[in-house]
Unconditional design. Structure first.
Length: 172
């Protein structure tokens, strides 16, 4: 007549509950999209870094968004052309995580994003990071396709900062 006591059953259920909670947290199923947050934090930090560089070097920079990613450009006053930033691995072209898309609008109008590859004379940024600290009127949104979770970047109305805000999870 062997059986399990109530205490033994409760201990087993407690262990199973702890394992399920740990797995849920590690997989991000509880509402947090760590890949989207990480990419948002990276883009925000890179834009802040480049704005500082623009002010220090008195040079114009820009963010060129394309289908599936983004890259940073610098304006060359000698050739009057935008060029990819060279010699700084921090500012290399980046790919978006799988399932994340980017939408850009300038002055309230949506922009059709170009393909990644572009000829040198076709390079032009959508987001301008001027050496004076000013910004053009842009809105950049990173959105997780599956959940609709999104993060919006835009110039602040009352300062020269870039605001980063989470949007509702309604897919658009």
């Amino acid at each position: 007549v062997g059986g399990f006591t109530l205490i033994e059953i409760l201990v087993v259920l407690l262990i199973i509950g702890i394992l399920v909670a740990g797995a849920s947290l590690s997989l991000g199923v509880l509402g947090r999209d760590s890949a989207l947050e990480k990419e948002s934090d990276r883009l925000s930090a890179l834009m802040d870094y480049l704005r500082d560089q623009a002010a220090l070097q008195n040079r114009e920079y820009g963010l060129r968004c394309f289908v599936g990613g983004y890259e940073f450009l610098a304006y060359d006053a000698r050739t009057s052309q935008w060029q990819k930033v060279q010699g700084d691995d921090t500012l290399r072209a980046r790919r978006l995580p799988t399932g994340v898309t980017m939408r850009v609008s300038i002055e309230g109008r949506d922009i059709v994003l170009p393909r990644e590859r572009a000829r040198a004379d076709e390079l032009a940024p959508q987001v301008m990071l001027f050496s004076s600290g000013e910004l053009n009127l842009f809105e950049l949104t990173l959105r997780r396709d599956a959940t609709g979770e999104a993060i919006r970047f835009a110039p602040a109305e009352d300062s020269d900062r870039i605001t980063v805000a989470a949007l509702s999870t309604d897919p658009a």
